[in-house]
Design a protein around this ligand. Structure first.
Ligand code: PLP
Length: 386
């Protein structure tokens, strides 16, 4: 048994991020300014999008994205049930209705047949979530969306820097939203980004991140600006700080290194769990680049004398932190009560929820940490094998 605790996640913040944040703190400009502009430009370039709008969270990015493409009261937006709270709540912010759909077991991404079945005359958009960083089948999703004239807003909170058929997540849909929350593949503590190729939507989102006013503080208070501004719409307070953007710029430079580290860990897990029939490993077909934000195993409970929760407790006793992504939305009290969802409405997601375990996967893990996780999983399986 290893003595050292391996946490479920640790952010990779180096001296570069600390120095960059310090420089910004000393610069006299803390809120959205030149660092945010620079971060937006570099991020857009990295994902191949024409425009990027920085926000103070991924949730904020999803909210302004739906607003920009015109989602409003009474509209329906299709959302996979296997996701985080944010994806569906932003639909409710706009008084529209999130229509949940089931996932498919191999990737935990949305089920394409369920997507077609969920269509009604009120459907206005679909929000694919790239679960754990595995890109959804975007060609099929765009085909279906185009046929019905739906908007596509990708929840790419897990999917930087993922690719699908050679295209980056961030350049394919109406709007793509990223999260820079502390546990994500690129972090600014809190933060987000919305990318689009549509200049009008970019402009609308930019305006709505800052009270719906026509000019941001940079344009008003910098030496070249003027004090004058106009309120175009009752917007939100969703702008990112320059402190966060300075951290993000340093994180962005490390993207390839971080991805290589995650891939290596996923590869080791794949290899070392291959002979365990109790463990279904995540898949990664050759036409996708997986960001490996999460490494989610599915336990075959029929082969084990332990529940998923018991499995996580047993890992904890082996000094390994693990987690669950996610309890599907339809099992939460709000969605049960407000929409009358029952567990059997989404049989895949309900069944998978009892079997999924997210293992640690992040660049700050040492080789020893990865070996400790592998040992612990094998020990617990051996202990509870039927
Ligand atoms: C993290 C996350 C978000 C929201 O991100 P925040 O930056 O925390 O607002 C949205 N969707 C999914 C699937 C997430 O995991």
């Amino acid at each position: 048994m290893s003595e050292k605790w391996v946490p479920f996640h640790m952010p990779s913040i180096g001296e570069e991020e600390i120095a960059a944040a310090s420089r910004t703190l000393r610069s006299g400009w803390l809120t959205s300014g030149s660092k945010v502009k620079e971060f937006e430009a570099h991020f857009a370039e990295r994902v191949g999008a024409k425009h990027a709008v920085a926000t103070n969270s991924g949730t904020a990015a999803l909210h302004i994205a739906l607003e920009a493409i015109g989602i409003s009261e009474g509209d329906e937006v299709i959302v996979p049930t296997m996701t985080f709270a944010a994806t569906a709540e932003v639909v409710l912010y706009l008084k529209a209705k999130p229509v949940l759909i089931d996932c498919e077991p191999a990737t935990l991404n949305l089920d394409l047949e369920a997507l077609e079945r969920a269509a009604t005359s009120r459907t206005k958009a679909i929000m694919p979530v790239h679960f754990g960083g595995h890109p959804c089948e975007m060609d099929r999703i765009h085909e279906i969306a185009d046929l019905h004239n739906w908007g596509v807003v990708e929840d790419a909170a897990h999917a930087f820097p993922s690719k699908y058929q050679g295209k980056s997540v961030g350049e394919m849909s109406d709007v793509t939203c990223f999260s820079f929350y502390a546990t994500k593949t690129l972090t600014t503590g809190e933060g987000g980004m919305a990318t689009t190729n549509n200049p009008a939507w970019a402009e609308r989102m930019r305006c709505m991140t800052l009270h719906g006013i026509s000019k941001d503080a940079w344009n008003r208070y910098a030496a070249t600006g003027s004090w004058y501004y106009e309120i175009q719409s009752p917007g939100y307070k969703y702008n990112l700080t320059d402190i966060a953007a300075a951290i993000g710029l340093e994180q962005l430079k490390k993207t390839d290194r971080f991805l290589a580290a995650r891939k290596r860990i996923a590869g080791l897990y794949d290899e070392e769990f291959a002979d365990l029939p109790e463990v279904r490993r995540p898949i990664c077909p050759s036409y996708v680049e997986h960001s490996w934000h999460l490494y989610v195993i599915q336990l075959d409970l029929s082969r084990l004398r332990i529940t998923r929760d018991g499995f996580i407790e047993a890992l904890k006793k082996e000094h390994i932190g693990a987690s669950v992504h996610f309890m599907p939305l339809h099992l939460h009290p709000y969605y049960r009560n407000a929409f009358g969802y029952r567990p059997d409405d989404f049989p895949h997601a309900s069944a998978l929820f009892t079997r999924i375990v997210s293992l640690p996967i992040y660049p700050a893990m040492s080789e020893e940490d990865v070996r400790a996780v592998i040992r612990a999983v094998r020990t617990v399986i051996a202990q509870y094998r039927r």
